[in-house]
Design a binder for this molecule. Sequence first.
Ligand code: CDP
Length: 254
Amino acid sequence: MSEPEKLIVDGLRLDGRKFDELRPIKIEANVLKRADGSCYLEMGKNKVIAAVYGPREVHPRHLQDPSRAVIRYRYNMAPFSVEERKRPGPDRRSIEISKVSKEVFEAVIMKELFPRSAIDIFVEVLQADAGSRTACLNAASVALVDAGVPMKGIVTSVAVGKADGQLVLDPMKEEDNYGEADLPFAFLIRSGKIESIALLQMDGCMTREEVRQAVELAKKGALRIYKMQRDAILKRYLEAEEEMEEIAEGREDA
Ligand code: CDP
């Protein structure tokens, strides 16, 4: 990717968005047969899939915690997900993303309800275009609800970047590569209200005032994403209800 001369032209970003616009988002829950919960999610050109297993028995057993469930999170990038082939397997970056993402869910899942068990969250990045950790957190959150794992709320994640000196919501690759800062957030949202910040990372440089504005911008974006997560979950449960009705009708006919 060659460096563009400008990231903002006539007030619009290179992909035509305004500073406070998200990339197009697509969310579908319950896409994998074998997982207890799953989700496919697109955020712009990011394409990710999340699978949740558990609560289930912990192996090896010495990893069990008698007072609560152990949460495990694996972020993995497919070799074909980035411009230059990524070497398969964990690297420092994916280990770091897995660690901070696991900590988000440790704070949100009601893990005391499931002593001695494990909840495994796997997220595979099929295509990355900046903000892949935020896309993965959003997908994992929907997959956890799909699996019926009790949580204090929904996790919703979005980043704010700084491009040509201007704050931009949900930065894409060019803004991430050539911008001045990248601030990924995750929020805990309960009953449509932002309860707390569950993740905040920063790469680059921002003033105190810019950070304050970035929090406000991220909150607005997160509430929009939350609605789409909720819709995907509702759609999944309506489909399940229809399936149950069909089964019940089939039984009556038989
Ligand atoms: O993806 P995210 O913004 O959460 O993490 P990042 O470390 O800021 O990476 C930004 C982007 O760089 C990724 O989304 C990928 O598009 C790209 N990348 C890459 O091309 N090759 C890698 N080995 C890692 C990241």
